[in-house]
Design a protein around this ligand. Structure first.
Ligand code: HPA
Length: 234
């Protein structure tokens, strides 16, 4: 096992979905994967491996925020040789054309978080999704008729922001939404020569206060997971 993941070598597939919530990892494994087996219960951060349409796929909870996802994704890349990583998460929209329930494919992720200052000093690194995964996910979403946006997001460390001035400035510069993990996922994938993408459903509109009902969240979550699984195996 690695420091925080209790799997033996070979128990985690090369293709992996990454929800923040470990109970969503369990739900995805039970609902979408055939023959899934739990490989991790350390800290309740569940991880499962099963098959989707015959192809081995894993799903691992990451927790919320950059430090948490950084630990899990680093170990998946360094200790288990994972190659294709797709975050399936939620985000808060900050632009008017993005509606609750829409799906966002994050092409790039700016961040307020510290790791890239530690890695690069004064240089401002641009965490970027893998183009092939992005293109494939876009094709699949269009085929399914999902309402989709492709663009940049902000990976923030503060869920409870003090006022909306920062959000409005980020929106002005084209960012579609705020979330809390993608910049670190993209950076680590680049470091280890792997492919990463973030697919996000819009759970709330930060500027208008609009929120999704539990039922609507469930439907857009299913759509997002189907897009992610099809992308992972294509
Ligand atoms: N901020 C940060 N992350 C989020 C939000 C938000 O408003 N909504 C869903 N994930």
């Amino acid at each position: 096992m690695s420091t925080h993941i209790g799997a033996k070598p070979g128990e985690i597939a090369e293709r992996i979905l990454l929800p923040g919530d470990p109970l969503r990892a369990k739900y995805i494994a039970n609902t979408f994967l055939e023959g899934s087996v739990c490989y991790n219960e350390v800290r309740g951060m569940f991880g499962y491996t099963g098959r989707y349409k015959g192809v081995p796929v894993s799903v691992q909870g990451t927790g919320m925020g950059v430090p948490s996802i950084s630990i899990y994704v680093h170990e998946l890349l360094a200790d288990y040789g994972v190659k294709t990583l797709i975050r399936v998460g939620t985000c808060g929209a900050i632009r008017p054309e993005v509606r609750v329930r829409d799906v966002i494919l994050a092409m790039s992720a700016s961040t307020t978080s510290a790791p890239n200052r530690l890695r690069f000093g004064h240089v401002q690194y641009a965490p970027t999704a893998n183009f092939d995964l992005l293109r494939t996910a876009h094709e699949i979403a269009r085929e399914k008729g999902t309402s989709i946006h492709v663009g940049s997001v902000m990976t923030t460390d503060l869920f409870y922001a003090d006022g909306t001035a920062d959000l409005e400035r980020w929106a002005k510069f084209g960012m579609l939404a705020v979330e809390m993990e993608s910049a670190e996922l993209f950076t680590l994938a680049a470091q280890f020569g792997a492919r990463a993408l973030s697919i996000l459903t819009v759970s709330d509109h930060v500027l208008t206060g609009e929120e999704t009902s539990a039922e609507e969240r469930e439907r857009s979550f299913r759509e997002m997971v189907e897009i992610a699984l099809e992308t992972a195996i294509r």
